[in-house]
Design a binder for this molecule. Sequence first.
Ligand code: ZN
Length: 436
Amino acid sequence: MTDRLLRGRLLTFHAEPQGPDDTGAYSYIEDGALVIGGGVIRAAGTYAAMTAQAPDMPVTDHRPHLMMAGFIDPHIHFPQGQVIASWGAQLLDWLNTYTFPEETRFADPDHAARMATLFLDQLTDHGTTTVAAYASVHLTSAEALFAAAARRDMRIIAGKVMMDRNAPEGLRDTALTGYDESKALIGRWHGKGRALYAITPRFAITSTPGQLEVAGALVIEQPGCYLQTHLSENHDEIAYTASLYPDSPDYLGVYERYGLLSPRALMGHCLHLSPREIGVMAETGARPVFCPTSNLFLGSGLFDDAGLRAAGLVNAIATDVGGGTSYSMLQTLHEGYKVLQLQGQNLHPLRAFHWITRGNAIALGLEDRIGTLAEGSEADIVVLDARATDAMALRMARAETLSEELFILQIMGDDRAVVQTYVAGEPQKTGFVSTT
Ligand SMILES: [Zn+2]
């Protein structure tokens, strides 16, 4: 594959913006260009400088649109694409009524393979280029997801869910099979191409102490792997966990006891943490993952972003599809903005767009590879149109600054604002032609 030049307005962050006017945290080039080849960004700069280096390179012209690093979604459920928008329940009822029956379908490798393709299509249609995903309990579902991602050379973190109790027949493994199958998947996929493995005990309620013990053994044996689970999402969930683990000081204490916590631990939700739990999260470096559309949809609670940050935690932000209601990280920022408003916290657009790119990359420890348009980064890129709808165009006619444009994308944008998505330098959306 020969090198190629993408022309457009370039935005990339190199630090977290400390306020709405922190221009030192990012680079913005009005007539910019990226040289991409071999799956990476070989060079970035002004269009004039880039064409001077290589005048004969083929050009894809994305002007007047905005090019930035592809979005990163660090908490999403691969088997839940057909349970989004399921009515009427809070967490435990929602799992039992909708989610668990749906996930049983992923025992069928053909269904899993078909859904994996559709899942990755949805991600890139929405501008997302990396996810940390839960598969179902079935080895075949994780296998299908990794295989589909490998075919597109997509950077993915995923794992087979481990759950050996409080789930229906056909959706349970055992401590032993959960260990063996996770280990087999790690051997087959972790570090292969762009794939990374996440050891994935669903949450304390669906794992016996014996299963959490083997999850802890995997964490020790496989230090490069992630650990992903849920924590403190819903009051009934917290009470049920306490009844299942009566000796634990609190919910996080369960995971702490089995050695699951580290900076590679992605803890979904973290809505109702005690001061002790926040202290342990800070000591171990475990990452809270804020899932605003899910937290509002399931009525779970409000994520205290400022409070957790003040305690030294590194927060990620994610969709949690299908408890979450949109694949769009723009819609996720939109709902996140409202959740923080309800608590007197104010998510300004520079920090918001940093968060879903370099910020989530930092939470994953991958900021040297994804999340920016820096030279040498993997060529995962999203192209955004802040005038994608008539209503957005009407609003944009009165916008004067980059921050205003970003905030319009954050509040009014969704997949319609995503003009193109590149994964390892390859365009994913069909129907777009603008090559000169
Ligand atoms: Zn979840």
